[in-house]
Design a protein around this ligand. Structure first.
Ligand code: HEC
Length: 202
């Protein structure tokens, strides 16, 4: 029995001493057996660095660098910039491509106002939103793709901007779809004559 008790006492004292040596301060790093993983020779991203001109390990990106998948638009939000975008911006996708995707974008984002067929009679126009003019109007047909792109990016009159919900390629695809609607409308004269009657002119 005495042996057992002294055994327990020795173990307890041993554990106490071990704990004292290894884990003295709870807010400090404990004894490290293999420290080569934490104490690396490499500079950490946000540390100072005596070997580089800027004195920092992390280097600033070269002026003009843009994130992958992001393309800045060099046009502001004004009438003059709309005109300039119309003259300079060219649709990178030929008119008959990506029309199916354009239709999806149009039906999801634009239809609520412009109407499923483009006549300006979308569901919100039945609930008090001022109806946009038909996408078959002379003005809309006469717009260049670049102008339409600017309109989707910055909005136009009562139309809010769609830059954050329609990505750049999708804007061009939606334009290709609108062009197809316009061509179909031209080829079907009766659709044009129906437009004012059905369109949200009221
Ligand atoms: C919240 C309603 C609304 C939504 C959604 C909307 N538009 Fe518009 N859009 C308008 C209004 C209002 C006008 C201004 C039309 C006018 O002159 O009366 C307009 C104008 C336009 C014009 C110029 C037409 C012209 O007569 O010159 C184009 C092109 C156009 N929108 C495309 C789009 C596309 C593409 C989308 C989807 C990405 C879209 N719109 C989404 C309301 C909307």
């Amino acid at each position: 029995m005495k042996k057992l008790i002294s055994g327990i006492v020795i173990i307890a004292v041993g554990l106490f001493l071990l704990e004292h040596v290894l884990g003295q301060e709870s807010d400090k790093r404990n004894y490290q057996y293999f420290d080569d993983m934490t104490q690396t020779f490499a500079y950490k991203t946000q540390s100072t660095n005596p070997h580089l001109k800027s004195g920092q390990t992390q280097q600033a990106s070269i002026p003009g660098t843009i994130p992958r998948g992001y393309m800045p638009l060099h046009y502001g939000n004004s009438e003059a910039e709309l005109v300039r975008a119309g003259e300079e911006l060219v649709n990178p996708f030929s008119a008959d491509t990506h029309v199916a995707r354009g239709e999806v974008v149009y039906q999801n984002q634009c239809m609520i106002c412009h109407g499923a067929g483009g006549e300006g009679d979308g569901p919100v126009t039945k609930r008090g939103f001022p109806p946009p003019t038909s996408l078959f109007s002379e003005q809309a047909v006469g717009r260049t793709d670049g102008q339409m792109f600017h309109i989707i990016t910055y909005g136009f009159k009562n139309m809010p901007l769609y830059a954050s919900s329609v990505d750049i390629d999708d804007r061009w695809f939606a334009i290709n779809y609108i062009r197809q609607l316009q061509v179909n409308n031209l080829n079907e004269p009766q659709a044009t004559s129906q437009a004012p009657a059905e369109g949200g002119k009221e």
